[in-house]
Design a protein around this ligand. Structure first.
Ligand SMILES: N[C@@H](CCC(=O)N[C@@H](CS)C(=O)NCC(=O)O)C(=O)O
Length: 293
């Protein structure tokens, strides 16, 4: 145990280290876990590296991306620290919390619930931004001025909405098969009703398409990258990237939305394009460094 962080496991990986930690979260009120990849450059004296947060999708944990995406290889090459938070609180023991795979445990949607009983522990937005991010900045050789965020599916929704709700927190944002308009799909409707209640006005503040539509100028002038598989079993009913595309076009936000024939929603898709996402973020986060020097 070091400064409240309990190291659960550490594995050498591409000359760096893939670690897993647990800590007592004050914001969530329960222990939370996260994964952390330190590339070899982290061992350099006085190193302060750019850091990329990856938010995972429904049913995932802090391990899923680290095990399945193969991103460490590119993080090692590019000198990026990767942080993979869990997808919800665990161990709250609320009635029905694990009854469905798209709500409750493993389905925190990266927001703070306002409805009972969820509002007590399901505070993923506050947890990530007010607790985990500063903790990573204090405990590891990272430069929080050079932080990016990306994610898959529910985590793509999380990356886009957190980046739009908190300007300046992240310098780069991208997503893989994001739930791009959650107010208009069954996953989002279920989650928002449960966590935020029936008032759709409250939902809009956590909907990437709605948030983008409200912008008065492009929030990420260096562009946003979104990849989407065209054989994704959730594309038609749940994801709606075309709505985000239209909202970006309306406000002049540069968006590279790549549609890939043959790819489904799985981590085989994520693994196929993860290198491009790491390079996309590394380029933008390096520019921040150059600007400051
Ligand atoms: N359990 C769901 C699928 C859930 C799912 O596809 N989750 C995605 C994110 S939305 C995922 O990344 N799953 C973990 C994995 O593929 O390892 C089903 O059976 O339809």
């Amino acid at each position: 145990m070091q400064n409240g962080l309990e190291l659960l496991a550490s594995h050498a990986c591409f000359d760096g280290e893939q670690r897993y930690y647990r800590h007592a979260s004050r914001r969530v009120g329960l222990p939370m876990r996260f994964g952390l990849y330190l590339p070899p450059q982290a061992a350099g004296e006085g190193a302060r590296l750019p850091v990329l947060f990856y938010l995972a999708g429904l049913t995932c944990t802090e391990e899923t991306f680290a095990i399945k995406a193969g991103a460490q290889r590119w993080a090692a090459e590019l000198g990026l620290v990767l942080v993979t938070p869990d997808t919800s609180p665990r161990g709250a023991d609320l009635p029905g919390e694990a009854q469905s795979w798209d709500f409750g445990v493993g389905a925190g949607f990266y927001l703070d619930a306002t409805r009972a009983p969820w509002r007590r522990h399901w505070r993923m937005e506050t947890y990530l931004l007010d607790e985990l991010l500063p903790l990573i900045g204090e405990q590891f050789p990272v430069d929080l001025q050079r932080a990016g965020v990306f994610g898959h599916s529910m985590g793509g929704h999380g990356a886009l909405t957190l980046a739009l709700r908190h300007p300046g927190m992240f310098r780069s944002v991208s997503a893989l098969a994001p739930i791009a308009a959650p107010s208009r799909c069954p996953w989002g409707e279920k989650a928002f009703t449960g966590y935020l209640g029936d008032d759709r006005r409250a939902w809009a503040a956590h909907d990437a398409t709605e948030l983008m539509a409200r912008q008065t100028e492009p929030p990420y002038p260096d562009g946003i990258l979104v990849d989407q598989g065209l054989d994704d079993q959730f594309l038609a009913e749940q994801l709606h990237p075309h709505l985000l595309e239209a909202a970006c076009a309306a406000v002049g936000q540069p968006l590279t939305l790549r549609r890939h024939a043959g790819y489904d929603h799985s981590y085989y898709f994520v693994a196929s394009f993860v290198q491009d996402h790491l390079r996309f973020h590394a380029e933008r986060l390096q520019k921040v460094g150059a600007r400051r020097r």
